[in-house]
Design a protein around this ligand. Structure first.
Ligand SMILES: C[C@H](O)CC(=O)SCCNC(=O)CCNC(=O)[C@H](O)C(C)(C)COP(=O)(O)OP(=O)(O)OC[C@H]1O[C@@H](n2cnc3c(N)ncnc32)[C@H](O)[C@@H]1OP(=O)(O)O
Ligand SMILES: NC(=O)c1ccc[n+]([C@@H]2O[C@H](COP(=O)([O-])OP(=O)(O)OC[C@H]3O[C@@H](n4cnc5c(N)ncnc54)[C@H](O)[C@@H]3O)[C@@H](O)[C@H]2O)c1
Length: 293
């Protein structure tokens, strides 16, 4: 996958990202390497904003090393602003929200972002599962809001789900898939439904794999190998849960349980691991160990 770098990308020239964690950093990286004039990442504190800058720089450096993009590191990072000051969004034509998967937190964060935006600017959420229609009910301009669901790891993923809510306007429905294509990715347009087209299936497999560990059916590596070698998954469901983050998947599962019933009830083992801080790759321990984290 090589990313096009056109002089005038068909997305707003200044893009904001709210929450510069695993996904926010990836989203910032995607817009930077596709030619955004400026990407403004707002996180909860100056310290968190600094950490976001480090993640984005590492993503850009990895893409350079892999030969996916060309040029000096500074030619990308000089277009990046990371800050705790949400007023930076006032110069953005599009803001993508990527704070943790919690309805109340997302509502508050989206409202805070929208309050800074020019009336003609667009707003999107990277939620994995939450109802875009419900989120939109809390906004002043629901017609300028949609879901842009990026996949992890963003630099390696070719997919973005575009989720259209009941009140998403026609102009945004037309524009948003074109933005995704300009990032060198493929848009899949889905109706607003819990877990959309992807998380509902992906989380179901991940939760079942955790229940199998809980029941002692097989060791994590054997469950993963069964799916990698038997079903040709690129990575096993437990290794993937470690990459996504157990806390992230727990948030998604809790919401899907509330909407779709007990088949999405998070296993006790998952709750216990999250309570112990075993969040996967980012914390150094999940179903596997990551000594370098
Ligand atoms: C929870 C949410 O709501 C939804 C989600 O996001 S769920 C998670 C979905 N994600 C997945 O299922 C991930 C599936 N697994 C994978 O894609 C792969 O296993 C993996 C990319 C994680 C690692 O793959 P692996 O083979 O070990 O690494 P590697 O061979 O180096 O990379 C595979 C491809 O990704 C590219 N890539 C990986 N990291 C990259 C990076 N940082 N920058 C640019 N490209 C990268 C590689 O260049 C390679 O592409 P190529 O074949 O065109 O050269
Ligand atoms: N991890 C994944 O694989 C994945 C994939 C696709 C979508 N998502 C979704 O993306 C979102 C973020 O997930 P993540 O994995 O990047 O989480 P993360 O924990 O890595 O990052 C969250 C970031 O948000 C920041 N934050 C918290 N509260 C904030 C606030 N009030 N204002 C601004 N920033 C705030 C945190 O400091 C952190 O930097 C979630 O909705 C998740 O469901 C995650």
């Amino acid at each position: 996958m090589s990313t096009p770098q056109s002089a005038t990308p068909p997305f707003p020239s200044t893009v904001g990202v709210l929450g510069g964690g695993r996904m926010g950093a990836g989203i910032a990286h995607a817009f930077l390497i596709a030619g955004a004039e400026e990407v403004v990442v707002v996180d909860v504190s100056e310290e968190a904003a600094q950490a976001a800058a480090g993640r984005i720089e590492a993503d850009v450096a990895a893409s350079l090393k892999r030969g996916k993009i060309h040029g000096e590191l500074a030619s990308f990072t000089s277009r990046l602003t990371t800050t705790a000051d949400v007023t930076g969004f006032s110069r953005c034509g599009l803001v993508v929200e990527a704070v943790p998967e919690d309805m109340d937190l997302k509502v508050g964060s989206l409202r805070r972002a929208e309050a800074q935006l020019a009336p003609e600017a667009w707003l999107a959420t990277n939620t994995s599962s939450l109802s875009i229609t419900t989120l939109a009910e809390h906004l002043q301009r629901p017609e300028r809001f949609c879901g842009l669901h990026f996949f992890n790891p963003v630099p390696a993923s070719k997919l973005v789900e575009v989720v259209l809510a009941e009140r998403t306007g026609e102009e945004l429905a037309e524009l948003s898939p074109r933005w995704v294509e300009a990032l060198g990715k493929t848009p899949v347009v889905v109706k607003d439904a819990p877990g959309f087209a992807s998380s509902r299936l992906g989380v179901a497999i991940g939760l079942e794999a955790i229940r199998m560990v809980e029941e002692g059916v097989a060791a994590p590596a054997d469950i993963d190998n069964a799916m990698v070698l038997g079903y040709r998954f690129p990575i096993g469901p437990l290794a993937l849960t470690d990459i996504v983050g157990l806390d992230v998947r727990l948030g998604i599962a809790e919401y899907l349980e509330s909407q779709l019933g007990e088949r999405f009830a998070p296993p006790q083992l998952m709750r216990d691991m999250v309570a112990r801080g075993e969040l996967g790759q980012k914390s150094g321990k999940g179903f596997y160990d990551y000594p370098e984290a």
